[in-house]
Write a protein that binds this ligand. Structure first.
Ligand code: SF4
Ligand code: SF4
Length: 405
């Protein structure tokens, strides 16, 4: 549990009567409570919106257990009530403000395939059932509100024919250990390690039509293609919840790019424009933005639910063009054209973790597990015409290999 190492306790709880009243106190020995409260005050109370058919109200931007702990504490003060990947916490790192006021928060457990990775692993009822039971015990959260099938189905056929994850959920629900079913979905079209793999929009549409799952998370951000944009509208019409993830899509590298920022509209920032756009202009139920420090929390979350101004709209146009030029959107269109089986989208996803999330440790850990890394690229160029963004894939793979090796 990476976060557990960063969490202190005592000095945090004793310094602020306000924090005590809020039940804060699991997290941030290194950050004074006053700074956290000041950050929360700058953001203010976040508005809420209906998540899905369950009728639950969640904040228009939700939070994640992968955030730095001081941002989690500030988020709690701002009313964030849905927490992604809470199985990453343990009894020491889970925020006391959530543990002590458990019913005020929706906590999600994120469950992967077993005996392999998201491409090669299998769906196994008993293993998933046990993983959730262990996570309940480990975190001290008593139950999870949402049980998420991480990475999702490889195809619509798998959704139809393999019900093992759903059976695990039903058993756990009877025991009161989970309450709602959701999934996240990546693309598997053309993936040599996933025969018959399909595009995420097709699978998401089938899941929403079937009606067993209640909401889904998927990579979605500014400049998104037509298929996913269409899915978001369809999901809304069905009362199926949608949560955008991987939303920053290069925002951090934009901010560090002086030439790019010279032409950036005054009065906004990449993260603030992103938050405004996600929460007012997309039809999504909610979204997650990865947060690495308190300043980024304030910059981003202070835009949540606020109108998209002319400067923000212009910023989003510039950001879309930048991302199309520089950042892989993980569509997987290139994958089937690589005879070497290089895991292009995975490698470029890890490059995003390192560059945009500042999480090089996680990116490297995942990268070394790949069987075909960036150095397996033969620079043959076969994949190039198939990237809708026209990315120089071999050059990006070489850069990623240098960054992650
Ligand atoms: S250039 Fe590299 S990644 Fe692209 S098809 Fe050739 S070997 Fe695969
Ligand atoms: S490199 Fe291009 S085609 Fe391949 S996943 Fe990324 S955006 Fe899609």
């Amino acid at each position: 549990m990476a976060n557990a190492k960063r969490f202190g306790r005592r000095e945090f709880i004793v310094t602020s009567a306000g924090a005590l009243a809020a039940g804060l106190g699991s997290a941030c020995g290194r950050v004074p409570v006053s700074e956290i409260e000041a950050a929360a005050a700058q953001v203010g109370r976040l508005p809420q919106r209906t998540l899905d058919r369950s009728g639950r109200k969640v904040t228009v931007l939700i939070g994640s257990a992968t955030w730095v702990p001081e941002a989690v504490e500030a988020g709690i003060l701002c009313g964030i009530n849905y927490w992604h990947k809470t199985d990453e916490w343990d009894r020491h790192s889970a925020p006391q403000a959530i543990v002590k006021n458990r019913e005020a928060h929706y906590c999600e457990v994120c469950i992967d395939r077993v005996r392999g990775n998201h491409e090669t692993g299998v769906i196994d009822e008993e293993a998933h059932y046990q993983l959730v039971k262990q996570a309940v015990e480990r975190t001290g959260l008593r139950y999870f509100d949402d049980m998420m099938f991480h990475f999702g189905y490889h195809s619509t056929a798998e959704l139809k024919n393999n019900r093992a994850f759903i059976r695990a959920y039903e058993r756990l629900k009877k025991e009161g250990l989970v309450h709602h079913l959701c999934h996240s979905q990546h693309s598997y079209n053309g993936n040599a390690r996933v025969p018959g793999g399909e595009d995420r929009a097709a699978i998401l549409t089938a899941v929403a039509q079937e009606g067993v799952y209640e909401h889904a998370q998927f990579p979605f951000t500014f400049g998104e293609g037509e298929a996913l944009t269409k899915f978001v509208s369809f999901a809304k019409s069905q009362g199926f919840g949608t949560t955008a993830m991987k939303t920053t899509a290069g925002a951090a590298r934009m901010q560090a790019d002086r030439e790019f920022m010279k032409q950036f509209p005054a009065g906004t920032t990449p993260h603030n424009a992103l938050a405004r756009w996600l929460t007012t202009s997309t039809g999504l139920s909610t979204a997650i933005v990865q947060i690495n420090n308190l300043a980024q929390f304030v910059d981003t979350y202070s835009g949540a639910g606020k109108p998209l101004r002319a400067a923000d709209a212009r910023a989003i146009e510039l950001m879309s063009a930048y991302t199309n030029r520089e950042v892989c959107r993980l569509c997987n269109e290139c994958q089937s054209h690589c005879a070497e089986g290089v895991a292009i989208a995975d490698i470029l996803r890890y490059e995003r973790y390192a560059t945009d999330y500042g999480d090089r440790e996680r990116a490297r850990r995942l990268y070394v597990q790949l069987d075909k890394r960036g150095d397996a690229c033969q620079v043959c160029g076969t994949c190039l015409p198939h990237c809708p963004q026209g990315l120089n894939i071999p050059a990006k793979l070489a850069d990623a290999h240098r960054l992650l090796s």
